[in-house]
Design a protein around this ligand. Structure first.
Ligand code: ADE
Ligand code: ZN
Length: 326
C-alpha cells in the first residue's frame, strides 16, 4: 500500500517518545562542536550506520553515549524543537514527551537546565507548531528507587511543568515493584503515571505496574498476550498501551512486524496507540511507523482512524480536551 500523503493522515497523538531518543546524528555533531565534545565517530553518517541493535541494552548503551552532547538549555531547546518540527509533518497534533532527568544529573547537568530548555519550547509548541504537548519525567528502572524519589521531590520543589512520571531503561532483572513509593508520591502530588513494562520482560511486569505502581498507562506492554486473563482485564478497564512496533523489531523483542502481537492486541479490544519510541535510532518517525504498520497489516482507512482516535483517548489530556480532538 502506498504511503498516505501528509494531508490524508488523521490527526493524532504521540504518547511514547523519549526526547533523548530523538537526537538526530546531524544535530549530535552540531551540539558536539558547540560544546567541545568529541564523538567516537568521524561524521553523522558513521554514527547512523552504528544504529544496529541486538537488544534493548545494546540500544541503551548508544542512546546514553549520545546524550553527552546535551549540556546547555539551548541544547535541550534545540532537541525539543527539532522533534516537534519533524512530527508536525507527520500529522502529530499532541505529543507526550518523556525525558530522563537522572541521565543528565549523573553527567553534572542541573535539573533546571534540562527542564528549562525543554519547557521553553513546549510552552510555545501549540501556537507555533499546532502541537499541544505534555512532559513526563521518566525514572530509570535499573537505578535505586531512592534516587528516583529524590529526583521526583526536586522536580516537585521546582514546580517543574510535568504532567506525570514514567519508568524506563533496562527491564530484564528490574521488575517494577521497587518503585512503589515513587509512584505513590507521584499520585499524591496529582501526577499521572505511566510505566514501561512487558517490552523485553514478562507479563508479570505489566501486572506489577498495574497492581503495585497503580500505573494508569503501560508503555510497550507487548508481553500482555502471554497472559489471556491480563488481556481480558486491560480490555475491560481500557488501560491504554503505547505500542512501538518498529522499535520492538529493531531491538529484536519480536522478529518482524508480521510476528508482532499488535494485531492480536487490537483484535482483543485493547486501547492501543502506535508510537515511535526513539525515531532516528530506529529510522522511523511516527508517519514512517504508521506506513510500516499499515502495509504490514493492510489496515483500512477506518482502522487507521480508530488508532488515531485511540491515541487521544490514551493521552493524559483532560477529558474535555480529548473530546474536542475525536
Ligand atoms: N529509553 C529509551 N528508549 C527505551 C526503550 N525502548 N525501553 C526502555 N527504555 C528506553
Ligand atoms: Zn520507550
Amino acid at each position: 500500500m502506498a504511503p498516505l500523503p501528509p494531508a490524508a493522515r488523521p490527526p493524532r497523538a504521540e504518547l511514547h517518545v523519549h526526547l533523548e531518543g530523538t537526537l538526530e546524528p546531524d544535530l549530535a555533531f552540531e551540539l558536539a562542536a558547540r560544546n567541545g565534545v568529541v564523538l567516537p565517530y568521524p561524521d553523522p553518517e558513521s554514527l547512523r550506520a552504528a544504529y544496529e541493535f541486538e537488544d534493548l541494552q545494546s540500544f541503551l548503551d548508544l542512546y546514553t553515549a549520545g546524550m553527552s552532547v546535551l549540556r546547555t538549555e539551548a541544547d535541550f531547546a534545540d532537541l525539543t524543537r527539532a522533534y516537534l518540527t519533524r512530527v508536525a509533518r507527520a500529522g502529530v497534533r499532541h505529543a507526550e514527551i518523556s525525558f530522563d532527568p537522572q541521565a543528565h544529573l549523573v553527567r553534572g547537568v542541573p535539573l533546571d537546565v534540562v527542564v528549562g530548555g525543554i519547557a521553553g519550547v513546549l510552552e510555545r509548541s501549540e501556537t507555533e507548531l499546532g502541537i499541544s504537548t505534555l512532559l513526563i519525567a521518566s525514572f530509570h528502572r535499573d537505578r535505586d528507587s531512592a534516587d528516583a524519589l529524590d529526583v521526583l521531590e526536586r522536580l516537585l520543589a521546582m514546580a517543574a511543568p510535568i504532567v506525570g512520571i514514567g519508568l524506563d531503561s533496562a527491564e530484564a532483572g528490574y521488575p517494577p515493584g521497587r518503585f512503589e513509593a515513587v509512584y505513590a508520591r507521584a499520585a499524591q502530588a496529582g501526577l499521572r503515571r505511566t510505566a514501561h513494562a512487558g517490552e523485553e520482560g514478562p507479563a508479570a511486569n505489566i501486572r506489577d505496574a498495574l497492581d503495585v505502581l497503580h500505573a494508569e498507562r503501560i508503555d510497550h506492554g507487548i508481553s500482555v498476550v502471554q497472559d489471556p486473563d491480563l488481556v481480558a482485564r486491560v480490555v475491560a478497564q481500557q488501560v491504554p498501551f503505547t505500542v512501538c512496533p518498529v522499535s520492538n523489531v529493531r531491538l529484536r523483542a519480536v522478529p518482524s512486524l508480521a510476528e508482532h502481537p499488535l494485531p492480536a492486541m487490537i483484535e482483543a479490544g485493547m486501547l492501543v496507540s502506535i508510537n515511535s519510541d526513539d525515531p532516528p535510532y530506529f529510522n522511523a518517525y511516527l508517519d514512517d511507523v504508521d506506513d510500516a504498520v499499515t502495509a504490514a497489516y493492510e489496515l483500512t482507512r477506518d482502522q487507521r482512524a480508530a488508532l488515531a482516535a485511540a491515541s487521544f483517548r490514551g493521552s493524559f489530556l483532560a477529558p474535555d480536551r480529548v473530546a474536542g480532538r475525536l
